[in-house]
Write a protein that binds this ligand. Sequence first.
Ligand code: S0N
Length: 289
Amino acid sequence: YHRVHGEVPSHIPQWKPALDESGKEFIDIIYEKAVGEGIAKITINRPDRRNAFRPQTVKELMRAFNDARDDNSIGVIIFTGTGTKAFCSGGDQSFRGKEGYADYDSFGRLNVLDLQVQIRRLPKPVIAMVAGYAVGGGHVLHMVCDITIAADNAVFGQTGPKVGSFDAGFGASIMSRLVGPKRAREMWYLARFYNATEAEKMGLVNTVVPLERLEEETIKWCREIMRNSPMAIRLCKSAVNAADDGHLGLQQIGGDATLLFYGTDEGSEGKTAYLERRKPDFSKFPRLP
Ligand code: S0N
């Protein structure tokens, strides 16, 4: 591979701050793009709370992920947390009310579930770059990412049953797929923490690297992905998720098929004929075996 494509450079790119179309500044997150590289980086920036998310954080994350999805020049997204102590420690418990999490302009709701779905459906790879704790709802967020690169100080686990909560959605089903049902039960029932090496053995993470090389290695993976066909990667993401996601998985891969079909002469013949007020002529298109 390297003989044909050359070595993948691993230097840290020049990150430029980014905004979404609203132009509103972000408070709880940092959103950046590496100019000319096709890589976006979204960072939860609440290190004094171990990057716990409150509703405001999730709203901002959704705006940034939305922008990265819609930006044609972006091919891969890094999701991380500020500092070396935590990727994310889950829902900020001081914002938890009777109906879910609520902050100053919000009623109680678990809006992180929308973020999980958004990452799962986003047609570009999302790479979790994990240093320190990825626990509780933060653990679920790394699990819904396509790939996880862990630093050797990373710690993984669910805390729900200790703090009176649980994620019976993706937090259970995707975990069970990743580590198998026996291990998933262990993780939820015992609420233990696992170090990076254990997590790698369990299939929770793709690779473990020394903390000081975490971003370098993640960038290398991003650049390797960026060398490959964007459409192939898009379809591979839909395909890996399709069976588990049922109707929604089919809808996504079906949408990809339509996207490709629109680009063909056969696809545009129907539309052109309609606009030209004539009957479509599909006779020249092969009925493939
Ligand atoms: C991460 C831990 C292990 C780090 O320990 P460490 O390094 O000893 O630091 P601490 O001194 O404990 O923390 C430093 C400061 O940060 C605050 N803090 C840390 N985590 C949180 C948090 N989650 N919420 C609020 N504050 C947090 C500490 O309080 C401390 O502050 P100061 O300096 O002022 O004392 C350790 O911190 C830890 O165990 N944290 C809690 C982890 C946890 O239980 N998280 C919540 C788990 N639940 C969810 O995330 C569920 C949310 C959710 O996504 C969900 C989804 C679907 C369905 C349901 C739910 C649901 O609501 O349950």
